[in-house]
Design a protein around this ligand. Structure first.
Ligand code: NAP
Length: 296
Protein backbone atom coordinates (compact mmCIF):
# COMPACT_ATOMS: atom_id res chain seq x y z
CA UNK A 1 0.00 0.00 0.00
CA UNK A 2 1.21 3.52 -0.79
CA UNK A 3 0.20 6.17 1.74
CA UNK A 4 1.50 9.42 3.19
CA UNK A 5 4.33 7.68 5.01
CA UNK A 6 5.72 5.86 1.96
CA UNK A 7 9.30 6.92 1.17
CA UNK A 8 10.59 7.11 -2.40
CA UNK A 9 13.84 5.68 -3.76
CA UNK A 10 14.92 5.46 -7.37
CA UNK A 11 17.51 5.47 -10.10
CA UNK A 12 18.83 8.34 -12.23
CA UNK A 13 20.37 7.60 -15.63
CA UNK A 14 19.64 7.29 -19.34
CA UNK A 15 18.38 5.08 -20.86
CA UNK A 16 16.70 3.15 -18.07
CA UNK A 17 14.46 0.77 -20.04
CA UNK A 18 16.47 -2.35 -19.12
CA UNK A 19 17.45 -1.57 -15.52
CA UNK A 20 16.85 -4.37 -13.01
CA UNK A 21 17.22 -2.08 -9.99
CA UNK A 22 13.48 -1.35 -9.52
CA UNK A 23 12.74 -5.11 -9.56
CA UNK A 24 15.54 -5.73 -7.04
CA UNK A 25 14.72 -2.96 -4.57
CA UNK A 26 10.94 -3.31 -4.69
CA UNK A 27 11.32 -7.07 -4.14
CA UNK A 28 13.61 -6.61 -1.11
CA UNK A 29 11.54 -3.78 0.40
CA UNK A 30 8.39 -5.88 0.08
CA UNK A 31 10.15 -8.84 1.76
CA UNK A 32 11.37 -6.59 4.60
CA UNK A 33 8.02 -4.83 4.95
CA UNK A 34 9.95 -1.56 4.57
CA UNK A 35 7.73 1.42 3.55
CA UNK A 36 9.69 2.34 0.40
CA UNK A 37 8.98 2.30 -3.36
CA UNK A 38 11.75 2.46 -5.97
CA UNK A 39 11.14 4.26 -9.29
CA UNK A 40 13.05 5.06 -12.50
CA UNK A 41 13.97 8.75 -12.97
CA UNK A 42 15.21 9.02 -16.59
CA UNK A 43 17.39 12.07 -17.28
CA UNK A 44 18.11 12.20 -21.04
CA UNK A 45 19.75 15.64 -20.98
CA UNK A 46 23.12 15.70 -19.14
CA UNK A 47 22.70 19.45 -18.57
CA UNK A 48 19.69 18.70 -16.34
CA UNK A 49 21.50 16.20 -14.07
CA UNK A 50 22.12 18.76 -11.31
CA UNK A 51 18.49 19.98 -11.45
CA UNK A 52 17.29 16.39 -11.26
CA UNK A 53 19.42 15.51 -8.20
CA UNK A 54 18.64 18.75 -6.35
CA UNK A 55 14.94 18.42 -7.24
CA UNK A 56 14.75 14.87 -5.92
CA UNK A 57 16.51 15.93 -2.71
CA UNK A 58 14.16 18.91 -2.29
CA UNK A 59 11.10 16.70 -2.86
CA UNK A 60 12.03 14.41 0.04
CA UNK A 61 13.19 11.41 -1.99
CA UNK A 62 15.29 9.29 0.41
CA UNK A 63 17.94 8.18 -2.05
CA UNK A 64 18.77 7.27 -5.62
CA UNK A 65 21.15 5.07 -7.53
CA UNK A 66 23.09 6.71 -10.34
CA UNK A 67 23.84 4.72 -13.46
CA UNK A 68 25.18 5.12 -17.01
CA UNK A 69 26.17 7.73 -18.10
CA UNK A 70 26.25 9.80 -14.90
CA UNK A 71 28.35 7.94 -12.29
CA UNK A 72 31.31 10.31 -12.68
CA UNK A 73 29.35 13.49 -13.45
CA UNK A 74 27.16 13.08 -10.35
CA UNK A 75 30.23 13.41 -8.07
CA UNK A 76 30.20 17.18 -8.59
CA UNK A 77 26.64 17.45 -7.19
CA UNK A 78 27.53 15.72 -3.91
CA UNK A 79 27.99 17.64 -0.64
CA UNK A 80 29.97 14.73 0.85
CA UNK A 81 31.69 11.65 -0.57
CA UNK A 82 32.41 8.32 1.11
CA UNK A 83 35.95 6.97 0.91
CA UNK A 84 34.90 4.39 -1.74
CA UNK A 85 33.36 7.15 -3.88
CA UNK A 86 36.49 9.30 -3.53
CA UNK A 87 38.74 6.35 -4.39
CA UNK A 88 36.69 5.40 -7.45
CA UNK A 89 36.02 9.00 -8.51
CA UNK A 90 32.42 7.92 -9.09
CA UNK A 91 29.10 7.50 -7.27
CA UNK A 92 26.36 4.92 -7.84
CA UNK A 93 24.36 5.73 -4.68
CA UNK A 94 23.16 9.05 -3.28
CA UNK A 95 21.62 9.44 0.14
CA UNK A 96 19.43 12.54 0.18
CA UNK A 97 19.27 13.80 3.75
CA UNK A 98 17.63 17.14 4.61
CA UNK A 99 18.47 18.54 1.19
CA UNK A 100 22.09 17.35 1.33
CA UNK A 101 23.53 14.90 -1.19
CA UNK A 102 25.79 12.19 0.28
CA UNK A 103 27.61 10.25 -2.45
CA UNK A 104 28.75 6.65 -2.14
CA UNK A 105 29.96 3.94 -4.52
CA UNK A 106 28.53 0.55 -3.57
CA UNK A 107 29.87 -0.90 -6.83
CA UNK A 108 33.16 -1.24 -4.92
CA UNK A 109 31.73 -3.27 -2.01
CA UNK A 110 29.23 -5.02 -4.32
CA UNK A 111 32.07 -6.12 -6.59
CA UNK A 112 34.10 -7.33 -3.64
CA UNK A 113 31.48 -9.25 -1.69
CA UNK A 114 31.28 -12.33 -4.01
CA UNK A 115 35.09 -12.60 -3.77
CA UNK A 116 35.09 -12.22 0.03
CA UNK A 117 32.41 -14.92 0.27
CA UNK A 118 34.64 -17.42 -1.58
CA UNK A 119 37.78 -19.05 -0.23
CA UNK A 120 39.98 -16.94 -2.49
CA UNK A 121 43.18 -15.10 -1.60
CA UNK A 122 43.69 -11.84 -3.49
CA UNK A 123 46.78 -10.43 -1.82
CA UNK A 124 49.79 -10.64 -4.18
CA UNK A 125 47.63 -12.21 -6.91
CA UNK A 126 47.74 -10.76 -10.43
CA UNK A 127 44.51 -9.28 -11.74
CA UNK A 128 43.71 -8.43 -15.36
CA UNK A 129 40.83 -5.96 -15.74
CA UNK A 130 39.28 -5.65 -19.20
CA UNK A 131 37.78 -2.19 -19.70
CA UNK A 132 38.43 1.17 -18.05
CA UNK A 133 34.93 2.56 -17.39
CA UNK A 134 32.70 2.67 -14.31
CA UNK A 135 32.66 -1.04 -13.47
CA UNK A 136 36.44 -1.23 -14.00
CA UNK A 137 36.90 1.60 -11.45
CA UNK A 138 35.08 -0.42 -8.81
CA UNK A 139 37.02 -3.60 -9.63
CA UNK A 140 40.35 -1.76 -9.60
CA UNK A 141 39.68 -0.06 -6.25
CA UNK A 142 38.60 -3.32 -4.57
CA UNK A 143 41.37 -5.49 -6.03
CA UNK A 144 44.07 -2.84 -5.55
CA UNK A 145 43.12 -2.34 -1.90
CA UNK A 146 43.02 -6.11 -1.41
CA UNK A 147 46.68 -6.26 -2.45
CA UNK A 148 46.45 -7.58 -6.03
CA UNK A 149 48.84 -6.42 -8.73
CA UNK A 150 46.44 -4.99 -11.29
CA UNK A 151 46.76 -4.54 -15.05
CA UNK A 152 44.06 -2.66 -16.92
CA UNK A 153 43.54 -3.41 -20.62
CA UNK A 154 41.52 -0.64 -22.23
CA UNK A 155 40.33 -0.24 -25.81
CA UNK A 156 41.16 3.44 -25.35
CA UNK A 157 44.68 3.35 -23.91
CA UNK A 158 44.39 6.87 -22.45
CA UNK A 159 41.34 5.81 -20.40
CA UNK A 160 43.20 2.80 -19.02
CA UNK A 161 46.13 5.06 -18.10
CA UNK A 162 43.80 7.55 -16.42
CA UNK A 163 42.26 4.74 -14.37
CA UNK A 164 45.73 3.54 -13.34
CA UNK A 165 46.43 7.04 -12.00
CA UNK A 166 43.01 7.24 -10.33
CA UNK A 167 43.62 4.03 -8.31
CA UNK A 168 47.42 4.15 -7.86
CA UNK A 169 47.19 5.40 -4.26
CA UNK A 170 44.74 2.64 -3.35
CA UNK A 171 47.01 -0.18 -4.48
CA UNK A 172 48.66 -1.99 -1.57
CA UNK A 173 50.56 -4.39 -3.86
CA UNK A 174 52.63 -3.82 -6.99
CA UNK A 175 51.94 -0.55 -8.83
CA UNK A 176 49.04 -0.79 -11.30
CA UNK A 177 49.77 -0.88 -15.06
CA UNK A 178 47.89 -0.08 -18.26
CA UNK A 179 47.95 -2.56 -21.15
CA UNK A 180 47.06 -2.27 -24.81
CA UNK A 181 43.73 -3.93 -25.62
CA UNK A 182 45.50 -6.12 -28.23
CA UNK A 183 47.68 -7.65 -25.47
CA UNK A 184 44.80 -8.86 -23.29
CA UNK A 185 44.69 -12.48 -24.52
CA UNK A 186 48.40 -13.06 -23.95
CA UNK A 187 48.12 -11.37 -20.53
CA UNK A 188 45.66 -14.07 -19.38
CA UNK A 189 48.62 -16.43 -18.91
CA UNK A 190 50.15 -14.05 -16.35
CA UNK A 191 46.90 -13.42 -14.46
CA UNK A 192 45.15 -15.17 -11.57
CA UNK A 193 41.99 -13.04 -11.64
CA UNK A 194 40.35 -11.86 -14.87
CA UNK A 195 37.55 -9.32 -14.77
CA UNK A 196 35.40 -8.42 -17.75
CA UNK A 197 34.36 -4.84 -17.04
CA UNK A 198 33.25 -4.11 -20.61
CA UNK A 199 29.73 -4.60 -22.01
CA UNK A 200 31.06 -7.24 -24.45
CA UNK A 201 28.76 -10.27 -24.34
CA UNK A 202 25.78 -8.27 -23.09
CA UNK A 203 22.33 -8.73 -24.65
CA UNK A 204 21.65 -8.55 -27.62
CA UNK A 205 25.26 -9.36 -28.70
CA UNK A 206 25.36 -12.47 -26.58
CA UNK A 207 27.72 -14.44 -28.84
CA UNK A 208 30.62 -12.05 -28.25
CA UNK A 209 33.41 -12.50 -25.71
CA UNK A 210 36.08 -10.03 -24.54
CA UNK A 211 38.71 -12.80 -24.85
CA UNK A 212 39.54 -14.72 -28.03
CA UNK A 213 38.83 -18.45 -28.19
CA UNK A 214 42.55 -19.18 -27.92
CA UNK A 215 43.01 -17.24 -24.64
CA UNK A 216 44.58 -19.69 -22.17
CA UNK A 217 41.88 -19.90 -19.47
CA UNK A 218 42.39 -22.68 -16.95
CA UNK A 219 41.58 -24.11 -13.52
CA UNK A 220 43.85 -21.62 -11.72
CA UNK A 221 41.79 -18.63 -12.81
CA UNK A 222 39.03 -16.67 -11.15
CA UNK A 223 36.94 -15.22 -13.99
CA UNK A 224 34.54 -12.46 -12.98
CA UNK A 225 32.14 -11.10 -15.61
CA UNK A 226 30.27 -7.97 -14.50
CA UNK A 227 27.75 -8.40 -17.34
CA UNK A 228 24.47 -9.74 -15.92
CA UNK A 229 22.21 -9.87 -18.98
CA UNK A 230 22.60 -12.70 -19.84
CA UNK A 231 23.78 -14.15 -16.55
CA UNK A 232 25.65 -16.94 -18.33
CA UNK A 233 27.78 -15.04 -20.82
CA UNK A 234 30.00 -16.75 -23.39
CA UNK A 235 32.98 -15.80 -21.19
CA UNK A 236 31.45 -17.44 -18.10
CA UNK A 237 30.57 -20.58 -20.09
CA UNK A 238 34.08 -20.89 -21.51
CA UNK A 239 35.74 -20.22 -18.16
CA UNK A 240 33.62 -22.91 -16.51
CA UNK A 241 34.46 -25.40 -19.25
CA UNK A 242 38.16 -24.61 -18.67
CA UNK A 243 37.73 -25.42 -14.96
CA UNK A 244 38.05 -21.82 -13.73
CA UNK A 245 36.17 -20.44 -10.72
CA UNK A 246 33.52 -17.98 -11.95
CA UNK A 247 31.54 -15.03 -10.59
CA UNK A 248 28.70 -13.58 -12.65
CA UNK A 249 27.43 -10.01 -12.79
CA UNK A 250 24.14 -10.76 -11.06
CA UNK A 251 26.01 -11.39 -7.79
CA UNK A 252 27.63 -7.95 -7.98
CA UNK A 253 24.34 -6.31 -8.96
CA UNK A 254 22.51 -7.78 -5.97
CA UNK A 255 25.22 -6.90 -3.43
CA UNK A 256 25.74 -3.33 -4.66
CA UNK A 257 21.95 -2.96 -4.40
CA UNK A 258 21.72 -4.42 -0.88
CA UNK A 259 24.64 -2.23 0.26
CA UNK A 260 22.85 0.86 -1.12
CA UNK A 261 19.52 -0.11 0.43
CA UNK A 262 21.09 -0.65 3.88
CA UNK A 263 22.32 2.96 3.76
CA UNK A 264 18.94 4.33 2.69
CA UNK A 265 16.76 2.44 5.16
CA UNK A 266 19.32 2.50 7.98
CA UNK A 267 19.27 -1.18 8.87
CA UNK A 268 21.25 -4.36 8.13
CA UNK A 269 19.74 -6.72 5.58
CA UNK A 270 20.15 -10.46 6.11
CA UNK A 271 22.24 -11.64 3.14
CA UNK A 272 20.23 -14.87 2.99
CA UNK A 273 17.80 -12.67 1.03
CA UNK A 274 20.35 -12.48 -1.80
CA UNK A 275 19.41 -15.99 -3.01
CA UNK A 276 15.71 -15.08 -3.17
CA UNK A 277 16.56 -11.78 -4.90
CA UNK A 278 18.60 -13.72 -7.45
CA UNK A 279 15.65 -15.97 -8.29
CA UNK A 280 13.39 -12.90 -8.65
CA UNK A 281 15.86 -11.16 -10.98
CA UNK A 282 16.43 -14.28 -13.08
CA UNK A 283 12.65 -14.49 -13.53
CA UNK A 284 12.57 -10.80 -14.46
CA UNK A 285 15.35 -11.30 -17.04
CA UNK A 286 13.41 -14.23 -18.57
CA UNK A 287 10.24 -12.16 -18.65
CA UNK A 288 11.92 -9.20 -20.36
CA UNK A 289 13.72 -11.49 -22.86
CA UNK A 290 10.37 -13.08 -23.76
CA UNK A 291 8.75 -9.64 -24.07
CA UNK A 292 11.49 -8.34 -26.39
CA UNK A 293 11.30 -11.59 -28.43
CA UNK A 294 7.57 -11.02 -28.82
CA UNK A 295 8.10 -7.40 -29.95
CA UNK A 296 10.55 -8.44 -32.73
P1 NAP B 1 31.41 2.28 -19.26
O1 NAP B 1 31.70 3.21 -18.17
O2 NAP B 1 30.80 2.77 -20.54
O3 NAP B 1 32.78 1.50 -19.60
C1 NAP B 1 32.81 0.47 -20.56
C2 NAP B 1 34.27 0.10 -20.84
O4 NAP B 1 34.23 -0.97 -21.78
C3 NAP B 1 35.07 1.24 -21.47
O5 NAP B 1 36.41 1.16 -21.05
C4 NAP B 1 34.96 0.90 -22.97
O6 NAP B 1 36.07 1.30 -23.73
C5 NAP B 1 34.96 -0.61 -22.94
N1 NAP B 1 34.32 -1.16 -24.13
C6 NAP B 1 33.03 -0.97 -24.52
N2 NAP B 1 32.80 -1.64 -25.66
C7 NAP B 1 33.97 -2.24 -26.01
C8 NAP B 1 34.38 -3.06 -27.08
N3 NAP B 1 33.53 -3.42 -28.06
N4 NAP B 1 35.67 -3.47 -27.13
C9 NAP B 1 36.54 -3.13 -26.15
N5 NAP B 1 36.21 -2.36 -25.09
C10 NAP B 1 34.95 -1.92 -25.02
O7 NAP B 1 30.40 1.13 -18.76
P2 NAP B 1 30.32 0.47 -17.30
O8 NAP B 1 29.40 1.25 -16.45
O9 NAP B 1 31.68 0.20 -16.81
O10 NAP B 1 29.57 -0.89 -17.65
C11 NAP B 1 30.25 -1.94 -18.31
C12 NAP B 1 29.43 -3.22 -18.16
O11 NAP B 1 29.34 -3.52 -16.78
C13 NAP B 1 27.98 -3.09 -18.66
O12 NAP B 1 27.61 -4.32 -19.26
C14 NAP B 1 27.19 -2.87 -17.39
O13 NAP B 1 25.85 -3.36 -17.49
C15 NAP B 1 27.98 -3.74 -16.42
N6 NAP B 1 27.85 -3.32 -15.02
C16 NAP B 1 27.43 -4.26 -14.15
C17 NAP B 1 27.33 -3.94 -12.81
C18 NAP B 1 26.86 -5.00 -11.87
O14 NAP B 1 26.44 -4.67 -10.76
N7 NAP B 1 26.95 -6.28 -12.25
C19 NAP B 1 27.63 -2.65 -12.35
C20 NAP B 1 28.09 -1.71 -13.28
C21 NAP B 1 28.18 -2.06 -14.62
P3 NAP B 1 36.37 2.84 -24.07
O15 NAP B 1 37.07 3.35 -22.86
O16 NAP B 1 37.23 2.76 -25.27
O17 NAP B 1 35.02 3.45 -24.33
Amino acid sequence: MIDGTTRVLGIVGWPLGHTLSPALHNFICARLGAPYRYLPFPVPDPRRLGDAIRGLAAAGVAGVNVTIPYKVAAVSYCDELSSDARAAGAVNTLRLVEGRVLGHDTDVSGFGRPIIERPIIIVERRALILGAGGAARAAAVFLGRAGAAIRIAGRTRARAEALVEQVREQCRGAPPEALDWEDRNAAVREADVIVNATPIGMWPRVNESPLDLGAPLGPGHLVYDVVYNPVRTRLIERAERAGACVVDGLEMLIHQGLDALEGWIGRRIDRDLAADARRALEAELKRSAAASGARR
